[in-house]
Design a protein around this ligand. Structure first.
Ligand code: PLP
Length: 391
């Protein structure tokens, strides 16, 4: 059974026995409703009228002068909720509703997935619990307040390092004890099967739109598609639209934090080794004894020692490449887009922008690059101020 949901050697579902029926129930419901016109129609109208799809594809001309080639932004920052997370939360929330579930749980790191789940909980009138590391509760307290306003209960998790990994552990523990009536709305394209498959599908709208918008607006496919990678959902969402276009280079960007050699980073695909974390076989940041490494980078949303299994597979197969940029480059990129375009990007998304800036003089001037601008930076202004005080 662990062979289901495989991407090469990666993926699977390594979960406690008691969760297997719940996981199979979600898989079966997904496979059924994904083809159900009522479900598909309701999801599409929510994506349009509630969340604001399609999101625009914007030619960032002033930013492009800095890279020396054309940069287009896929504006997921304009999606309701301020990040791509809403696509997945609406999809899984609607699935929970069609399954007759009345209670949602979710994990969150920076708070964007918790916020998206709390929005959907309010929309569908479901009782919602959000598990969040205690350190993240402290450093992302605007999002905590928003989740509470939306009617969700925020449960601080103080075990481990008090970050996303511990929140997922606690959410899985809670689910194990309450599996009968609770739907676990997982936030990224990782974890046990079927989550990587489901989350990819709900995020693939980004790639479908971006590909069609490129053909219509630019008249051709882009040369490069770039996206930041934490668990990998926004990246797989946009990559999925271009996987069969072999001329399109797919680049995932991780957090090199204070430097890949310092040990203070979030670069799972660059520095990890194959292991099992949160129910899936994938790359994991761990030491020789299999102890999970602390992750550390400027953006809380990338602060995760695992990665979705499809990315592990795309890395090994060479179809996508995974690079890493350091915190200082990320802050530079944040400032650059903000000052040149009047668009404040999330620090997560700023990783992808930083990599594009690093390609100045390396990529030819006729290059067309599309970046998934996964979210807006309002949540990050305090962190930017800490690193770059304006005086
Ligand atoms: C959560 C988040 C990410 C990282 O998650 P992925 O699953 O890797 O996409 C990236 N950008 C933003 C804005 C986020 O909120």
């Amino acid at each position: 059974m662990k062979l289901k949901g495989r991407y090469g050697q990666y993926g699977g579902f390594y979960v406690p026995e008691v969760l297997i029926p719940a996981i199979e129930e979600i898989e079966a419901a997904y496979l059924r409703f994904q083809k159900d016109p009522a479900f598909v129609g309701e999801l599409n109208s929510l994506l349009a009228d509630y969340a604001g799809r399609p999101t625009p594809l914007y030619h960032a001309r002033r930013f492009s002068e800095q890279t020396g080639f054309a940069v287009w932004l896929k504006r997921e920052d304009l999606l309701h909720g301020g990040a791509h997370k809403t696509n997945n939360a609406l999809g899984q929330g609607l699935l929970a509703k069609y399954m007759g579930k009345k209670k949602l749980i979710a994990e969150t790191g920076a708070g964007q997935h918790g916020l998206a789940t709390a929005m959907v909980g309010a929309l569908f009138g479901m009782e919602t619990k959000i598990f969040m590391g205690s350190i993240d509760v402290a450093r992302q307290n605007v999002n905590v307040h928003k989740m509470k306003l939306l009617g969700a209960e925020v449960i601080p998790v103080s075990g481990g390092t008090g970050t996303l990994k511990d929140a997922i552990n606690e959410a899985l523990r809670y689910w194990t004890a309450n599996v009968e009536d609770t739907f676990y709305l997982f936030g990224t394209a990782g974890g046990p099967h079927p989550f990587p498959m489901i989350v990819r599908q709900f995020q693939s709208v980004i790639g479908r739109e971006a590909r069609a918008q490129c053909l219509e607006r630019i008249g051709r496919l882009p040369d490069v598609v770039a996206a930041c990678v934490g668990g990998g959902s926004n990246a797989i969402g946009i990559f999925s639209g271009f996987l069969n276009d072999s001329s399109v280079r797919l680049v995932g960007i991780e957090g090199a934090g204070r430097g890949l050699e310092t040990g203070h980073h979030c670069a799972t695909l660059n520095k990890g080794a194959v292991g099992i974390l949160h129910g899936a076989q994938t790359y994991v940041l761990q030491d020789a004894d299999g102890q999970i490494h602390e992750t550390e980078c400027v953006s809380a949303g990338l602060d995760y020692p695992g990665v979705g299994p499809e990315h592990a597979y795309l890395k090994d197969s060479g179809r996508a490449e995974y690079v890493a940029v350091e915190d200082e480059q990320v802050l530079d990129a944040f400032e650059m887009l903000t000052r040149l375009e009047g668009i404040m990007p999330a620090l997560e998304s700023s990783h992808a922008l930083a990599w594009l800036l690093s390609q100045k003089g390396l990529l030819p001037s006729r290059t067309v690059a599309v970046v998934n601008l996964s979210g807006r930076g309002d949540k990050d202004v305090g962190i930017v101020e800490e690193h770059r005080p304006m005086g």
